[in-house]
Design a protein. Structure first.
Length: 301
C-alpha cells in the first residue's frame, strides 16, 4: 500500500502519496490550487485548474501536461483518481501561480524535515509497521514511556524518561514533579474497560504531562492503543478540528464532556488500516504546531 501523508498550509490540507516505484512523493494539484487561492470549494478549484492548464499550454508551458493521476481519498471518503505533481512540479506550479500566497507557500513547501518534529513524525509513521508496536504495554505508564522513547529516541536525551522538573503552559501548571510518581501510579490504576473510563484516564494523563516535551503526540497514540485493544475502535483524528480539540482539552481539566463528545463522534472501526494510522499521525503533529491565539494544557510543554 502506498504511504499517505497530509501536510497543512494555513490550516488547509495538502494531500500527498508516496510512489514506491518512482521513490518520491506526489502532491494533489487541486489541494495546491485551493491553498494558493484560499478556496475550499472542490468544483471551483477543479475549474480553475482547467483554466490554468489551458492558459499554460497556450503560453507554451509544459507544466499542465506533466501531471499524472493517482488515487487519493476524497472528502466524501471515496478514493478517486486525482491530478498530482511531484516536488519539482509543485514548485513550478507555485512560481507561475498569480497569488500573493505563492512565495510564502514555496517557503513552507521547501522547508526541511530535518527538524526534531520532522524526524519524530517519520518515527511515528514507522511505528505502525514495526514489531515494536506489539510489545507496547496497553494503558500503563511504562507503555506510554515506550511510545515516547520510540518517537523521540535520539532526538531528546530525556526520551521515555519521566520529568523531574515542574512545567507549565499558558498559565496552567501540570502535576508538580514531586508528586508526579504518585499521580502516575493512580492514573495507571484507573480502569480502561469502557469508553468513558479510557477518556478519563487520557484526560488525567494529560494533566500529569509526564514528559518535558512530546506529551500530546505520545499520549494520543497511547489513547488509540487503549481504544483499539478494549473497544476495537480508534480515533479518526481528521474528523476533529484543531481548535476544537485544543479548546476541549483546556476545558477537560474541570469537565471532560466536550473532549469525550469530540472523540466519540470521531471513532472508527478501521483499527488496522494503515492510511487511518498515518492520517492520525499527520493530524496529531498538526495539533502541536504553534497557534498564538490559543493557550491550552492540551498542547506540548
Amino acid at each position: 500500500m502506498s504511504k499517505i501523508s497530509i501536510r497543512f498550509f494555513d490550516d488547509r490540507e495538502v494531500r500527498a502519496i508516496w510512489d514506491d516505484e518512482a521513490s518520491k512523493w506526489y502532491f494533489s494539484v487541486l489541494d495546491i490550487v485551493g491553498v494558493l487561492n484560499g478556496q475550499s470549494d472542490y468544483e471551483k478549484n477543479r475549474n480553475y485548474w482547467k483554466y490554468l492548464k489551458a492558459k499554460l499550454k497556450k503560453e507554451g508551458n509544459e507544466l499542465g501536461s506533466v501531471t499524472t493521476q493517482m488515487k487519493l481519498t476524497a472528502p466524501d471518503g471515496r478514493k478517486r483518481l486525482s491530478n498530482v505533481l511531484d516536488y519539482n512540479g509543485i514548485i513550478a506550479l507555485a512560481k507561475v501561480f498569480p497569488s500573493t500566497r505563492a512565495n510564502r507557500f514555496i517557503e513552507w513547501f521547501t522547508y526541511s524535515d530535518e527538524t526534531i518534529d520532522g524526524k519524530s513524525k517519520q518515527k511515528a509513521y514507522a511505528l505502525f509497521e514495526s514489531s515494536f508496536i506489539d510489545n507496547i504495554e496497553i494503558g500503563t505508564v511504562k507503555g506510554l514511556q515506550q511510545i515516547h522513547a520510540y518517537l523521540f529516541g535520539g532526538l531528546y536525551d530525556f526520551a521515555g524518561q519521566i520529568r523531574t522538573l515542574n512545567i507549565s503552559k499558558g498559565g496552567f501548571t501540570f502535576a508538580p514533579a514531586m508528586f508526579l510518581a504518585e499521580s502516575l501510579k493512580n492514573i495507571e490504576a484507573m480502569p480502561n474497560d469502557s469508553f468513558d473510563a479510557i477518556l478519563d484516564k487520557y484526560v488525567e494523563m494529560n494533566v500529569a504531562h509526564p514528559f518535558r516535551e512530546g506529551n500530546g503526540r505520545a499520549t494520543r497514540i497511547w489513547l488509540d492503543m487503549m481504544l483499539k485493544t478494549h473497544l476495537k475502535r480508534c480515533v479518526d483524528w481528521s474528523r476533529i478540528n484543531k481548535n476544537d480539540y485544543l479548546q476541549a482539552m483546556t476545558s477537560s481539566v474541570s469537565d471532560s464532556a466536550l473532549i469525550k463528545k469530540l472523540v466519540r463522534n470521531a471513532l472508527t472501526d478501521q483499527i488496522d488500516d494503515r492510511e487511518m494510522f498515518m492520517k492520525g499521525i499527520d493530524y496529531s503533529y498538526y495539533y502541536e504546531e504553534p497557534d498564538d491565539t490559543i493557550q491550552t494544557p492540551g498542547g506540548e510543554a
